[in-house]
Design a protein around this ligand. Structure first.
Ligand code: PLP
Length: 471
């Protein structure tokens, strides 16, 4: 009897006998390239595929495919295994700080510094002048003092860790006062009230969702108050009938009662982005100058460096945070420090920072340049996929991302592609399987490729990937 013929269902033992031997599959032409590169790896893949089919036969009585199909499945598995899981992608979404796509890109100087420290020994904790043990934080403290005007600085793994560590070190077992309007969730499970609870501080919430006054804070202060906390609401805004207490007012209240003010700035910009038409975010220097006692912010948001949490502020408080035993658990590593130092160095000259740090460069690209590049990509695409999709060059809007400036939309230029024979969602899915994967936005059955986040030279990859996907 043939497999699948007639009304008789084959017994599992018969179905198992239909599976070919490993060497029969391995000899098929579908696997020839895999065998030529790594014969034992290819054999492992054939074994895995045959094993999976054996299990399916026993579990559901499934009928196995022929030897050619089994070889094709093993070849696909071989290819998947040969590819790194974490790899470069093309970001055509227009979201500059895309958390799912790795946030900030490092500058060439930062990449070089990482490579040098990763491949060689480095003076991570060695004072080269004396030959004695040094501090890993020493490599960036002076730069941070210079850029922010703060007395002292410390760096940890990320801003979530920075906030947690500061609360644990400065306010565990005592009260931290915060406005109800700032009890936010940043995403990725960072929720202010939960972080506060875990740190061991007691949360004292004041005011209402939309309005909080200085008198609300003042009424909540008691002998148990350890901190007045201000949190940047990052990715959301309360608009309309609202009131928040300014940093200066909160600082004067803190001074009056001898209670330090802490601020989680989130993004922590060093430059006034208002000068570039991006809307004003308080800079770290402004907040330090306003008298905030301790501030935390991310390294890989508007700052444009590696993932890190930066803490700056008054010496006595920063020292206390540094001495907390949990500091070791959220310690920054040498590669991050190398990238951070190189990024901070660029800020000594703001114009150099704007040109060298990719995040700042992408955020401040000129409309003319974006329009010119979009027109060129549009031409290339019309030429290659003209019959298979409607291609148009359009004005679009990009986003900053990373919870920074949520309401700011950056005018940009892009190419829209409306596939003729498949949905935009299906085309987007297939684009993600290309090498390098291409990430686009979808709007009204159109794929949108926003040139702001497409790096120069990546246009050719987009054209090739789309031609393949729509073939
Ligand atoms: C992004 C953000 C965080 C978390 O920072 P990570 O560096 O991602 O850990 C915390 N607080 C605010 C206000 C943020 O915007």
């Amino acid at each position: 009897m043939q497999a699948g013929e007639g009304v008789f269902k084959m017994e599992p033992e018969e179905l198992l006998r239909l599976l070919p031997a490993v060497h029969e599959v391995l000899g098929r032409e579908e696997l020839a390239p895999a065998v030529a590169t790594d014969r034992s790896g290819a054999r492992d893949c054939v074994r895995r595929v045959l094993e999976e089919w054996r299990e399916r036969i026993l579990r559901e009585g499934a009928e196995p495919p022929g030897t050619a199909e089994l070889a094709a499945q093993a070849a696909a598995l071989f290819q998947r295994r040969a590819r790194p899981s974490l790899r470069r992608v093309i970001n055509a979404t227009g979201v500059v700080l895309h958390t799912n796509l790795g946030r900030a890109l490092l500058s060439p100087a930062a990449v070089e510094a990482v490579a040098a420290c990763a491949a060689h020994y480095c003076n991570l904790e060695m004072d080269l002048a004396t030959g004695e043990r040094g501090s890993r934080y020493g490599h960036v403290v002076e730069l941070l003092q210079e850029i922010t005007g703060a007395e002292a600085a410390l760096v940890v793994n990320n801003n979530a860790a920075a906030v947690f560590l500061c609360l644990a070190a400065l306010a565990a077992g005592r009260d931290t006062v915060i406005s109800r309007g700032q009890m936010v969730e940043i995403g990725g499970s960072f929720r202010v009230p939960e972080v506060m609870a875990q740190s061991g501080t007691r949360l004292v919430e004041v005011g209402t969702t939309n309005k909080t006054y200085l008198s609300d804070y003042e009424r909540a202060i008691s002998g148990d108050t350890a901190l007045l906390l201000k949190v940047h609401p990052s990715n959301y805004r309360v608009l309309g009938f609202t009131a928040e207490v300014s940093t200066a007012e909160l600082v004067s209240l803190g001074r009056k009662y001898g209670i330090p003010v802490m601020e989680d700035l989130g993004s922590g910009s060093f430059l006034d982005l208002g000068e570039y038409g991006l809307g004003h975010e308080p800079t770290v220097r402004e907040e330090v100058a306003a008298g905030v006692d301790i501030l935390t912010f991310s390294g890989d948001k508007l700052l444009g460096g590696p993932q890190a949490g930066i803490i700056v502020g008054r010496s006595e408080l920063v020292q206390k945070v540094a001495r907390h035993p949990l500091n070791r658990a959220v310690r920054i590593d040498k590669m991050t420090l190398a990238a951070l130092e190189a990024t901070l160095r660029a800020y000594r000259d703001p114009e150099r920072a704007r040109q060298e740090i990719p995040t700042l460069r992408l955020l401040t690209l000129s409309g003319e340049e974006l329009a010119r590049r979009a027109a060129r990509l549009g031409e290339l695409l019309a030429e290659k996929i003209g019959g298979r999709a409607e291609v148009a060059v359009k004005e679009v809007s990009s986003q900053v991302g990373g919870g920074a400036l949520p309401l700011a939309t950056l005018p940009s230029w892009g190419v829209t592609v409306r596939p003729v024979r498949m949905s935009a969602a299906r085309a987007a899915e297939k684009l993600r399987q290309e090498e390098p994967p291409v990430l686009a936005r979808i709007q009204d059955e159109n794929l949108i490729f926003d040139l702001r986040t497409v790096l120069p030279g990546e246009e050719a990859d987009i054209v090739r990937a789309l031609a393949q996907v729509l073939a």
